[in-house]
Design a protein around this ligand. Sequence first.
Ligand SMILES: Nc1ncnc2c1ncn2[C@@H]1O[C@H](COP(=O)(O)OP(=O)(O)O)[C@@H](O)[C@H]1O
Ligand SMILES: [Mg+2]
Length: 255
Amino acid sequence: MDIVVQATGIQKVYGTKKNLVSVLEGIDISIHEGEFVGIMGPSGAGKTTLLNILATIDKPTLGSVRISGTEITTLRDEPLSEFRRTNLGFVFQDYNLLDSLTIRENILLPLTFSNKVDFTTDLKVEEIAGKLGIQSILDRYPYETSGGQKQRTAAARAIIHNPKLVLADEPTGALDSKSSMDLLSAFQLMNQEYATTILLVTHDAFAASYCDRVLFMKDGRLFTEIVKGDKDRKWFFDQLVTTLSSLGGGRYDII
Ligand SMILES: Nc1ncnc2c1ncn2[C@@H]1O[C@H](COP(=O)(O)OP(=O)(O)O)[C@@H](O)[C@H]1O
Ligand SMILES: [Mg+2]
């Protein structure tokens, strides 16, 4: 299996000389093609900072990030945008849909931006929307849909261009439990049917229990990982909760 993400020695320091805050303190990660990997840890652990660095949104102070073999930390402006458009898909907590476009047009955006709309596009949107359970709302506007439907739209948009990697930061953060389950099942399906490589950042053990492998962060470091293997999701969830409580996160961070 190819390696999609290879990050080594990632450090991130914020602030000025007099007031330095070290947020990531030497992180190494590799993710293989087709993996569904979670990153968990209490609030403030550095999860979002790390995800943004892997997502090319932020740059590390030190270290190397290779995505599908390309060193992204040294790419600038236009090549970086081009890289992001072609290789990455994003799902954030607050959906980031464009209100003036229909659900269908929102899903199509990555193809529109890269001029890749062609005769196969409609079928592709219908297929993905069907799998994610949003086929019937394709011609609605975002304000006519629920939070869960918006987030599944964001998931469809994240994979429409067959990216190498989909990055999601607390994607269930604004959803009720039924919509969270639907979204997580959608991620699982994307991973299994399209072999999409997914990196999911969450403080929620329930969300993380859908992954194959979960890395734990605390105070800017990775300190352990748990692999689901052939065990069931309930077993995995229990392991995640136990590990998370041993990290000393508050109750809010566990549930
Ligand atoms: N732009 C910034 N300047 C200074 N400190 C920051 C900045 N962004 C994040 N931090 C700090 O980095 C730490 C990790 O933040 P973050 O990556 O958002 O954690 P998490 O996503 O795990 O909750 C926090 O202590 C936060 O206050
Ligand atoms: Mg965060």
